[in-house]
Design a protein around this ligand. Structure first.
Ligand SMILES: [Ca+2]
Length: 181
């Protein structure tokens, strides 16, 4: 069985920027993002966070975080906070992204045996079960299955979060390059 010996692939989460975030200090906020990756296969949650951007409601982080997973099966949760020196950090909303479209696109890529070129694999529409603000496309390019997502932050008066998720298969993640055959 091909699946039996699979190692871990790499899930790359790029938190690019935020837009129109909520004010939590006098006129601005010092936002940062905590990223939780809930791995449904291994029942494991991996957490990391971005740096703080001072006094900015349209922050640019452009930070890439890497998580190891056997398959892209799970949910990514993003929590935005306002950093404060002298008190607890204030909430600035949260959003989540289910990896299901990435998992489905990965299966499709395997079935189609795609190894090169660029392909749109799947379209994901905004609906009540996700936080998407606009249509997103799962693409395959440069050996990676990727989705750019524009997320509406929940439980907050305003704010959008822009992220890119990339999945790199175990075989290419382990060797650092594409297999030739
Ligand atoms: Ca603050």
């Amino acid at each position: 069985m091909e699946e039996a010996g699979r190692g871990c692939g790499l899930l790359k989460v790029v938190v690019t920027h935020g837009r129109n975030l909520a004010v939590r200090d006098f006129t601005s906020s010092d936002p940062y993002v905590i990223v939780h990756v809930a791995d449904k296969l291994d029942l494991l949650v991996q957490t990391t966070k971005t740096k703080v951007i001072n006094s900015c409601l349209n922050p640019v982080w452009n930070e890439e975080m890497t998580f190891s997973m056997k398959e892209p099966v799970g949910i990514i949760k993003f929590e935005v906070f306002d950093w404060d020196r002298f008190k607890y950090d204030d909430k600035m909303g949260q959003a989540f992204l289910d990896l299901q479209p990435v998992a489905a696109a990965t299966k499709l890529r395997r079935a189609l045996r795609l190894t090169a070129g660029e392909t749109n694999l799947r379209k994901v529409n905004p609906d009540a079960d996700n936080c998407l603000l606009s249509d997103s496309f799962v693409t395959y390019a440069n050996g990676e299955v990727a989705i750019d997502a524009r997320l509406r932050l929940r439980e907050v008066e305003s704010g959008e979060l822009f992220v890119t998720i990339k999945w790199i298969e175990p075989d290419s993640a382990n060797t650092g390059k594409q297999a030739d055959h």
